[in-house]
Structures are given as structure tokens and as C-alpha cells.
Design a protein around this ligand. Structure first.
Ligand code: CMC
Length: 422
């Protein structure tokens, strides 16, 4: 028999169904609550609210489990390529050799962007933050592919929009960087694979020959895999909610990029490095910053620590920490910031404040150290996160559309003035 929950209001009892997911997680279905009781629920930050039923990513924050379409993040990081993970996330199954080849070929065909988009890029001053440039360039696609505005078009038309954004995102990301540097933008090189093409567009100069370092390309691929999706976080929920109004894929993804930008979400990777640099400049005393993070009168937080859902460890952080050691060693980079990060982690993991609140390093704590070693500047870190998260956003948008989900529209409890005469 299916389980129910009871809620008692003014002496009257209402029964609410309990639904169960494929991994045994349970939820009280309150979709008829207001109709039955006249009440709504209040849950700022949606800490207890499921917004959807989703078959993309399973996450158990207590056990530190992360799986995409059933495959563990550890296996994917070790055995897959980023485009395989993208295919898996978006279409639901591990691609066959034929499927991945055709997916890669399609993507490679669409890497070039309309030359007029360069004019949009040229309008940005070179001190623009690359995240703002990236989200604007993605929105500009709506003008160059007006047929993408209608998300109800055929499956093939929607799929073409998906291929286009995956193909063009590295071009946009590299151009956002070139704009920052005041260097001419590079065009895609379709003889290279996804990551190597991105690295070449980022780092090649007209005056020098550029060869992609395989160590760098491999590290980049792993980082992208580790960011591919993370179920209903701030940016994924944004993409779904914007898309629920039947806004286009590009408009929804652009909104997701902006949601990711903040330092409490994807922007934390930039904030971590800025914090570590500040600690270094201040003499490297980590305990001083631990005390600041614990002081409720000080707004300082240990960036890269804590997570809304992981309350044991972030499995991505474990993989990244190991990768950071390997990459720095292979590239012969000696970054003093890594020692500060390790010192900070060691102290925090033993500190009562962090232990009691289950605060552990998250994915952003070590990712910035690898990005630095790869030569990627701090302001580009969140762009790298966006590049990795793109398949997840697409998958969330596509699933929301295929489930025919209603427009997202929360309610509120009004606390303002009562009616007054004007
Ligand atoms: N430093 C110091 N104290 C912290 C931190 C931190 N980084 N994170 C949480 N706390 C404390 C917080 O003050 C609160 O204490 P108390 O119970 O005494 O009031 C308690 O821990 C619970 O924190 P919360 O803010 O209620 O938790 P949340 O689930 O709303 O916030 C978070 C999650 C990730 C926003 C938060 O941990 C944080 O601000 N971390 C730093 C930013 C960061 O690294 N963000 C990246 C997240 S991972 C990448 C991604 O997927 O976005």
C-alpha cells in the first residue's frame, strides 16, 4: 500500500500522498495542498522543496554519492570523455561508438559563429567580466537563429539548437577571454577535438606556433566532466524555471550562466583563489581566517567550503584534489597557494565549528588551483564551470520540456501594509 502523510488544520485531517524515487528518497506530494486546505508551504531557499521529478542525476549528500544516469562520477571521471558525458546526460544513455562519432562530428560542424556576433563582442570594454560577455553572446544566438525561439518546434529543430550551443560555447568562452586580454579572437580549428580546440582558441597568438599540451587537455576534460550536472541547484533551477515560460533554450541557458556567476554558486572558484591569495599576502596565517569564518559578526566565509546538499564530503572535491596534485606535478608547477589550501583544509576539518556544521571542501576549493596551473586566469574560472555545466543545463531544460512541466510560479506570504487610502 502506498504511504501517506497526514496534516491537521483546525482539527481537520488531510491525507497527502508520499511518493518515492528510484533510490528510495521520499517526498510528501503537496501539489493539491492549497486546493484542499487553503494553505501554502513556506520554505525560503527551497531547502526542503523538490521542484521536479528528474531522471538525470542522483545525489546523496549524506553518503557523498553523485551519479549521472546511474553512472558514478568516479567512473565517468576516470573512463569517459566530456562529450560522452554530455551525450549521456542529455540523451539518457551511454553513446555507442557510432553515436558518439556522429555527435562529435555534428558538434565540430557548428563551432564557427556568425561573424556579426563579433560586433556584439567588440562592444564590450576589455575590463568586462567574461561571465557577462558569455551570457550576452549566448543570448545573441536568439537573434542569429530566430527559429530557435520556439521551443515547440520539431525534435530535430530542438536538437539542432542543442548541438549549436554545445559547439559554440567554447568559441564564446575563448572570445570572452581574448576580449579581456585585448587580443584578436581566434577561430575554431575543426581538426582538433572539443577541449583542444578550446585551448587553442584561448591561448594561440598570431605571432607564435601553438601546440596543445596533452596533459593540459586531459586535465581540462576531467574538470569539465566533474562539472557536467548537479541536479536542482541554483543555475539548473533557473534554467528550468526560465524555460518553463517557454522561453528558448538559448535564453534559458543564458539565465543559467548568470545564476552561476554569484560567489555562493559557481563564482566560488574565483572567490577561493582570491581568498587564498589574500591569505598569502597577509603572511599565510590560515588560523586567522578560520577565526574570521567562525565569527558571526564578520561576513567572511571560507570560500570553497560547505554545500547545501553534501553533508559528508563532495565526491567531486576528492577527485579534483588528487587531480590537482597530479597536474601540478606533471606540469612542474609549484604553486604556494596549494599549500595554503591544504593547510586551511587540514585545520578546518578538525575545527569544532566546521565539524559540527558538516562543512567540507566542495568542488570549487581545488578546481581553481588546476585552472591556474593550466594558465587560465582567475576571472575565467566561472566561465570554465559554465562550459562544463552546459550539458546539465541542456538536459534539465530538455527534461522539463519533455515532461510538459507547468510554468514555475511560487507563492508568497505577504507581510506589507494593509489597504490604505491614497
Ligand atoms: N564558512 C563559514 N561558515 C559557513 C560556511 C563557510 N563557507 N558555509 C556555511 N557556514 C555556516 C553558516 O554560517 C551556518 O552557520 P549557523 O548554523 O551557525 O548559522 C551553517 O554553516 C549552515 O550554512 P547555510 O548558509 O545555512 O548553508 P546553505 O546550505 O544555505 O549554504 C553554501 C550553502 C554553499 C551557500 C555555503 O556553505 C557557503 O556560502 N559556502 C561558501 C561558498 C561556496 O563555496 N560555494 C560553492 C558551492 S559548491 C559549487 C556549486 O555547486 O555551486
Amino acid at each position: 500500500m502506498s504511504q501517506t502523510a497526514e496534516i491537521k488544520v483546525d482539527g481537520k485531517t488531510f491525507e497527502l500522498p508520499i511518493i518515492e524515487g528510484s533510490e528510495g528518497e521520499k517526498a510528501i506530494d503537496i501539489s493539491k495542498l492549497r486546493a484542499q486546505t487553503g494553505l501554502i508551504t513556506l520554505d525560503p531557499g527551497f531547502k526542503n522543496t523538490g521542484s521536479t521529478q528528474s531522471a538525470i542525476t542522483f545525489l546523496d549528500g549524506e553518503k557523498g554519492i553523485l551519479r549521472h544516469r546511474g553512472y558514478s562520477i568516479e567512473d565517468l571521471a576516470e573512463k569517459s570523455s566530456f562529450l560522452e558525458v554530455a551525450y549521456l546526460t542529455i540523451y539518457g544513455n551511454k553513446p555507442s561508438a557510432e553515436e558518439i562519432k556522429s555527435f562529435q562530428d555534428e558538434i565540430t560542424k557548428h563551432t564557427l559563429v556568425h561573424e556579426d556576433i563579433k560586433k556584439v563582442l567588440d562592444g564590450f570594454p576589455s575590463n568586462s567580466h567574461p561571465m557577462g560577455v558569455l551570457s550576452s553572446l549566448v543570448t545573441s544566438l536568439t537573434a542569429f537563429y530566430p527559429e530557435s525561439l520556439d521551443p515547440n518546434r520539431s525534435k530535430d529543430a530542438v536538437n539542432l539548437s542543442i548541438i549549436r550551443i554545445i559547439a559554440k560555447m567554447p568559441t564564446f568562452a575563448a572570445w570572452a577571454y581574448k576580449n579581456k586580454m585585448g587580443h584578436p579572437a581566434n577561430y575554431p580549428d575543426n581538426s582538433l577535438n572539443y577541449g583542444s580546440n578550446f585551448l587553442k582558441m584561448m591561448f594561440a597568438l598570431p605571432t607564435e606556433k601553438y601546440d596543445v599540451d596533452p596533459v593540459v587537455a586531459k586535465a581540462l576534460d576531467k574538470l569539465l566532466i566533474l562539472h557536467a550536472d548537479h541536479e536542482q541547484n541554483c543555475s539548473a533551477s533557473t534554467v528550468r524555471i526560465v524555460g518553463s515560460s517557454q522561453a528558448s533554450l538559448y535564453a534559458s541557458i543564458s539565465a543559467g550562466i548568470n545564476a552561476l556567476w554569484g560567489p555562493l554558486h559557481g563564482g566560488a572558484n574565483q572567490a577561493v583563489i582570491e581568498m587564498l591569495e589574500a591569505i598569502k599576502a597577509d603572511g599565510g596565517d590560515t588560523s586567522k581566517y578560520i577565526e574570521k569564518a567562525k565569527d558571526k559578526n564578520d561576513p567572511f566565509r571560507l570560500m570553497g567550503f560547505g554545500h547545501r546538499v553534501y553533508k559528508n564530503f563532495d565526491p567531486r572535491a576528492r577527485i579534483i584534489k588528487k587531480a590537482a596534485d597530479e597536474v601540478l606535478e606533471k606540469l612542474g608547477v609549484n604553486d604556494p597557494i596549494l599549500d595554503i589550501a591544504k593547510g586551511l583544509e587540514e585545520v578546518a576539518l578538525k575545527d569544532e565549528y566546521f565539524v559540527a556544521r558538516n562543512l567540507y571542501p566542495n568542488v570549487d576549493f581545488y578546481s581553481g588551483i588546476i585552472y591556474r596551473a593550466l594558465g587560465i586566469p582567475t576571472e575565467m574560472f566561472t566561465v570554465m564551470f559554465a562550459l562544463g555545466r552546459l550539458p546539465g543545463w541542456i538536459a534539465q531544460w530538455k527534461e522539463m520540456r519533455e515532461n510538459n512541466e507547468p510554468i514555475g510560479r511560487p507563492r508568497q506570504i505577504y507581510t506589507g501594509s494593509n489597504h490604505r487610502d491614497y
